[in-house]
Ligand binder design. Sequence first.
Ligand code: COA
Length: 158
Amino acid sequence: MERQSTVTLKFLAEPSDVNLYGNVHGGSVMKWIDQAGYACSVGWCGKFCVTVFVSGIRFYRPIHIGHLVEVTGRLIYTGRTSMHITVEVKAADPRDGQYTRTTQCIVVFVAIDADGKPVEVPAWEPKTDEEKSMRDYAVRLMELRKGIEAQVGPLGTE
Ligand SMILES: CC(C)(COP(=O)(O)OP(=O)(O)OC[C@H]1O[C@@H](n2cnc3c(N)ncnc32)[C@H](O)[C@@H]1OP(=O)(O)O)[C@@H](O)C(=O)NCCC(=O)NCCS
């Protein structure tokens, strides 16, 4: 079976996604990001997955209601039970179909068993130079996160 390491969702931004300024609500974009990350991680490992971490979400441009939206999840690193995925959101006026990047972030999903415990995922090996550079990026981010937590401690208390 060929495993899928990328997934693209395509749809129209609907009036129910509107914010106070007439564009798409940030919460709708975050939901689409989570959905693309979920489809990408489950497609890769063939198991149920949950979001464990979302990092570096950047909203570059607003998305207009009625515009075409493409949300692409791309696997860039696998650990023992986790999958790191870049999600890029693009939007276009359907009259010209010219897509521009609106949002980007990295999400981490973990595969779980029926009891909600993390389970191993198949390893993903980068092949192209671009994939290797994205894998290195994910590793650098992980190291930076550990460094930040070591410096400032965990956020909040359990
Ligand atoms: C995800 C979950 C099952 C992990 O359970 P856990 O006992 O913390 O598991 P572990 O500590 O063994 O970590 C599991 C993996 O998550 C990764 N992980 C944990 N915290 C992380 C973080 N802050 N950033 C990135 N990865 C993280 C670990 O590195 C590990 O990956 P690896 O096996 O590839 O090395 C558990 O935290 C959970 O159920 N969280 C809620 C998930 C959820 O409901 N999400 C929906 C959003 S509301």
